[in-house]
Design a binder for this molecule. Structure first.
Ligand SMILES: [Zn+2]
Length: 680
């Protein structure tokens, strides 16, 4: 339900596994920071640093059959999932000595693991929603029906609706409505006519047809329902803003009055919808992209009642598929995981149920998890690193050649206002009103979604809670929030390969240091630079400085746009611009911070035959060692704002002359070119 565009994460956070029940859990090994055995010493670091830093890692770490991508980062995610699973398994035993929180998450997990019950229930678990859709007799009641499906059954509809910070006044929490309602991962799948896109469209229709049949529809009905859904989704895709355009704050912000929205969409009964979801009163809202709503309105007029019922039936089946009986879960796996991303096997069910519990009750499980796995010492070390990185970014802003003193002053003001959140929230979310039952998997998932929706809608007009987190404590990721101007590092990422107490500073600055630098630089990338230190979208650069900034970001757009991301497919330099800017800036300021830290101390020794600078770059490079399936790589080109590991490494080091110097490269070598791109 939420509409949040103002968070930039370190990785795209999607959990790609699907369930399989008959595999016994195996404890995954703990990943490590910087490992010399991963290095391919037959490669020339000046020619292809990624091959040098990661060549042997790639050879020694084939993608497990239940994964589509494999890296030390994903291994850490697997490791955290395992530790969380042990907690959940213990709490899932109905023991009167459980704490109220253990009871909640333990029962959620127990219900999820009960495949026998899920198989017995089959599609009947979803019957209340399907019956309500079936009973729709007039398109005028579509709005009220969408509200019921969202707030009673946890079924998401055509658009996102929620409460979030006003992009231009971050102290206000306002209503927001944004585009949604598509079953394929990106607009391109609907709108482009490459052979791959056409095949995926055909297979998507076939997949929907099989799902309708599993729900009990005749083959003829199922086929015509699937065609109706495809027609509506294609029209919605045509009326949607692309992922790249959504990155532009100016294109995605349209504050209009509710009356104006009603005029824009006369076929949709907003008062019924808003009353249905129990939304508080408001006068204006951000509709993100008005054309989407006029498209929706036109489709309500143009498509039959029957077509709309098919569409909603699909939304309900698709949303619940993973939690219904095995045939639904398997059909869902075949299309979304196997065909779209190349996953070979379903993952063990415990993984999926662990993630589902973390999604639903993350701050309940997380409270107990951080007690075991997060020490105050980690927070202290991280705080020291953050302070060192802040000093480096200050110095970097002071020194950049293209910015006027006037704008530098504004940039430094913004930097001074960045808040740091490390580990886990100061206040834990209150789950007392969320009910979980041991015998109701789908109901638990729906109740958790609805709990979050209500929590979100209740923010309307309230002060912003700056202590809130958008990731759960065990998450292996980090993010920068434009509206809050804060950087957030969940407890889950503060371990090897990112932070390792047993390693030297060079390795930790290359790991955690570059991650902190990455998040800080997001405050000054193509999106972040359009927001001030208070999280409001305002221009704080002079016209000349903005021009110089754009020339520099254009250089990165072209540079990365020439990198091959999948066989025969170039990376989208515009979509990945913010992440590439953050990678480049993050690496540079982490390096500066390391050099500042080492200055004045006794010269650091070589370790494993590498100087501190070399170890820094190797630790940084090895964070991105990965293997990826071709289908996933092709899908990521369309959906992931991050570059593939290969270019997160080679793209950044070739733009940073300290790399070429550290490895003694000859000028004009591929990793030490005569000219390169630099924003920060
Ligand atoms: Zn990022």
């Amino acid at each position: 339900m939420k509409v949040v565009f103002t968070v930039s994460a370190l990785f795209m956070y999607s959990w790609l596994v699907q369930a399989q029940s008959n595999v016994a859990p195996v404890e995954p090994k703990a990943p490590q920071s910087f490992d010399v055995t991963s290095i391919d010493k037959t490669a020339d670091p000046c020619n292809d640093f990624y091959q040098y830093a990661c060549g042997n890692w790639q050879k020694n770490n084939p993608i497990p059959p239940d994964q589509v991508r494999w890296s030390e980062f994903i291994q850490l995610r697997e490791r955290n999932a395992w530790l969380l699973y042990k907690e959940l398994e213990a709490a899932s035993v109905a023991d009167p000595k459980r704490t109220p929180l253990q009871q909640k998450y333990g029962d959620f997990y127990a219900a999820c693991m009960n495949t026998q019950l899920a198989n017995e229930k089959g599609v009947t678990a979803l019957q209340p929603a399907l019956n309500t859709i079936d009973a729709l007799s007039d398109k005028k009641q579509l709005a009220a029906l969408l509200a019921t499906l969202e707030i009673r059954d946890g079924v998401s509809g055509v658009f996102n609706f929620g409460v979030g910070q006003d992009q231009k006044d971050s102290s206000r929490q306002i209503a927001q409505a944004g585009q949604a309602g598509l079953g394929l991962p990106d607009l391109d799948y609907y709108l482009r006519d490459t052979p791959r896109q056409k095949k995926i469209r055909d297979d998507y229709v076939a997949h929907m047809t099989r799902m309708f049949q599993l729900a009990g529809d005749t083959p003829e009905n199922a086929a015509s329902e699937a065609q109706a859904v495809m027609a509506i989704e294609t029209a919605l895709a045509q009326g949607s803003l692309s992922r790249t355009d959504l990155r532009d704050p100016a294109k995605r912000y349209h504050l209009i009055t509710l009356a104006e929205l009603e005029t824009l969409t006369p076929n949709f009964d907003w008062p019924s919808y808003l009353q249905g979801i129990n939304m508080g009163a408001f006068e204006s809202l951000d509709v993100v992209y008005p054309q989407f709503f006029s498209t929706m309105n036109a489709q309500i007029g143009a498509q039959s009642l029957k077509a709309w019922k098919s569409y909603l039936r699909w939304r309900a089946l698709h949303g619940a598929a993973r939690w219904l009986s095995d045939p639904f879960a398997e059909e869902n796996f075949k299309f979304y995981n196997s065909e779209l991303q190349g996953q070979q096997e379903m993952a063990p069910r415990w993984k999926r149920c662990t993630l589902a519990t973390d999604n639903a009750l993350g701050e309940a499980v997380g409270q107990d998890w951080v007690k075991k796995y997060f020490s105050p010492e980690k927070k202290e070390n991280m705080t020291k690193l953050v302070t060192a990185l802040e000093a480096a970014l200050r110095q970097d802003i002071d020194q950049v050649p293209w910015m006027s003193d006037e704008t530098k002053k504004k940039a430094l003001e913004k930097l001074a206002l960045i808040r740091n959140k490390i580990g886990y929230p100061e206040h834990w979310r209150d789950y007392s009103t969320l009910e979980t039952k041991r015998d109701d998997l789908l109901g638990n998932v729906a109740r958790a979604d609805i709990f979050e929706d209500r929590r979100n809608l209740a923010k309307l007009g309230k002060p912003v809670d700056e202590t809130e987190w958008h990731m759960t404590p065990p998450t292996v990721n980090a993010y920068y929030s434009q509206s809050n101007n804060d950087i957030n590092f969940p407890a889950g990422i503060l371990q090897p390969p990112f932070y390792d107490f047993s390693k030297d500073e060079a390795v930790n600055f290359g790991g955690s240091g570059s991650v902190i630098g990455h998040e800080m630089t997001h405050g000054f990338d193509d999106q972040g630079s359009k927001f001030d230190g208070h999280g409001n979208q305002v221009e704080w650069q002079t016209a000349d400085d903005r021009k110089a900034f754009s020339d520099r970001t254009d250089c990165e757009v072209k540079e990365y746009g020439n990198f091959e991301a999948a066989p025969g497919v170039k990376l989208n330099g515009q979509l990945t611009l913010g992440e590439n800017t953050a990678d480049n800036g993050g690496l540079r300021i982490a390096y500066m911070a390391l050099m500042d830290t080492l200055a004045g101390a006794a010269p650091a020794p070589e370790i494993d035959g590498y100087s501190p600078a070399q170890r820094f770059f190797l630790a940084y490079g090895q964070l991105s060692c990965e293997n990826i399936r071709e289908q996933a790589a092709r899908n990521n080109v369309l959906t992931d704002p991050h570059s593939p590991g290969h270019w997160r490494v080679n793209g950044t080091v070739q733009n940073f002359d300290q790399f070429g110097k550290a490895f003694g490269c000859k000028k004009a070598a591929p990793m030490y070119p005569e000219t390169s791109c630099r924003v920060w």
